[in-house]
Design a protein around this ligand. Structure first.
Ligand SMILES: Cc1cc2nc3c(=O)[nH]c(=O)nc-3n(C[C@H](O)[C@H](O)[C@H](O)COP(=O)(O)OP(=O)(O)OC[C@H]3O[C@@H](n4cnc5c(N)ncnc54)[C@H](O)[C@@H]3O)c2cc1C
Length: 361
């Protein structure tokens, strides 16, 4: 093991996956988390964590998603066995629900061939079949596109399991310790400064989610801006009673989604609010979520709400896709952030790519 560790900044799902991949390859890692692991308002504590292939997205992002999705079933089983934390993995599949003939047309003409082209075997369901499969759906349904491969996890549990596994493989996890600065020698960062003192490092991976831009500024004025901004997502968990219809697929429609979880809850989300770092759950947000539930899944819209919360998606405002690799002008600093609404989907792939880069694989 390298006596001078790789420092990973941020223990959201991205930093956690990177630390786990590095530790699994025998690389010495110190993971700094300024708050607690997977605590709100970090995105990884808030996430719906529906994990779908991304056909039609930028090819780099789509291939990160593929690498991640291929890895997930085995990874989640390993995490559960090794850490005792159940990541809440399931494969519910997805129904993209058309509530209007125009949406049905678009799904059949534009989306179905796209999923077909990546071997997903999409099926078009008429309204009756869709409602037979998902009785909570609205009677307005005119049809649905079904794909079977969509996976799901419990976002905070998955993140904690990754961190626990990294620790069990030798990583040092320092929660409650924020990174406050960097000590450089030329084009290398030789140490990170933290609330708890300075630590020498062989390399740095910046994975501080929506806070990455401000951490990157501490690297120096010769380092390009990391154009990541926070986007608040408000979301709610409904726990349908035994008399209510069961939701078994991830359901997309009416401008949002309903995601069934292994604990019996259904997450209804989410808003996309450009309000900076304001973590409030608002009347507007709750109205959006209530309307969404009524429109998409009226069968559970009168069931009890267990909780509402919000978190900050790290949204990339650069011209290219979100980065997963070296920072310009520095030799030993990498950045992995800005994955917006698909960070959970790509995390396991990002972890492997950064571990490949660090180890030269
Ligand atoms: C409501 C909602 C629903 C979502 N649904 C989905 C979905 O269905 N599917 C999907 O793929 N994605 C989804 N996402 C997106 C996904 O959750 C995020 O892209 C992903 O969690 C981002 O992970 P991250 O590790 O980059 O950031 P975060 O989880 O925000 O973690 C960053 C961490 O860095 C820490 N940090 C910040 N500064 C410092 C510092 N100076 N020192 C040390 N630590 C620091 C923070 O405390 C935080 O814990 C959703 C997001 C939200 C908010």
């Amino acid at each position: 093991m390298n006596p001078v560790p790789v420092v990973v900044i941020g223990a959201g799902v991205i930093g956690a996956a990177i630390a786990q991949s590095l530790a699994a390859r025998g690389v010495g890692v110190v993971l700094f988390e300024r708050a607690q692991v997977a605590a709100l308002p970090a995105a990884s504590a808030a996430s719906a964590a529906l994990l779908e292939p991304l056909p039609g997205a930028d090819p780099n992002l789509a291939s990160l998603a593929r690498r991640s999705l291929d890895r997930l079933p085995g990874l989640c089983a390993t995490l559960r066995d090794r850490t005792g934390i159940d990541p809440g993995w399931s494969r519910p599949g997805t129904m993209f629900v058309a509530l209007h003939p125009r949406e049905a047309e678009w799904l059949r003409v534009a989306r179905l061939p796209l999923y077909d082209s990546i071997g997903e075997s999409p099926a078009w369901l008429d309204a009756r079949t869709a409602r037979d499969l998902e009785p909570a759906l609205s009677v307005q349904v005119v049809g649905a596109l079904r794909i079977g491969s969509t996976q799901s996890v419990d976002a905070p549990a998955f993140t904690r399991a990754l961190v626990a596994d990294a620790a069990s493989r030798g990583a040092t996890v320092l929660a409650g310790v924020g990174v406050t600065g960097f000590r450089r020698e030329g084009k290398r960062v030789v140490a990170v400064e933290t609330d708890g003192g300075e630590m020498r490092c062989s390399a740095v991976v910046l994975a501080a989610g929506a806070w990455s831009a401000s951490v990157a500024r501490l690297l120096g004025t010769d380092v390009p801006v990391v154009p990541v901004v926070p986007q608040r997502g408000q979301i709610m968990a409904v726990v349908p009673r035994a008399t209510a219809p069961r939701v078994t697929h991830v359901l997309h429609g009416a401008g949002g989604y309903a995601v069934p979880k292994t604990d019996g809850s259904v997450l209804i989300g989410a808003t996309h609010d450009d309000v900076g770092f304001d973590p409030s759950v608002t009347p507007d947000g709750l109205q959006f979520l209530g309307n969404l539930a009524r429109e998409l899944v009226p069968g559970i819209a009168t069931e009890p709400v267990r909780a509402t919360w919000s978190g900050f998606r790290p949204v990339w405002r650069g011209e290219d896709v979100p980065p997963c690799g070296p920072v310009a002008n520095l030799e030993n600093v990498m950045v992995a952030t800005g994955h917006g609404a698909v960070g959970m989907t790509v995390a396991a792939g990002v972890g492997e790519v950064i571990a490949d880069l660090v180890t030269g694989a």
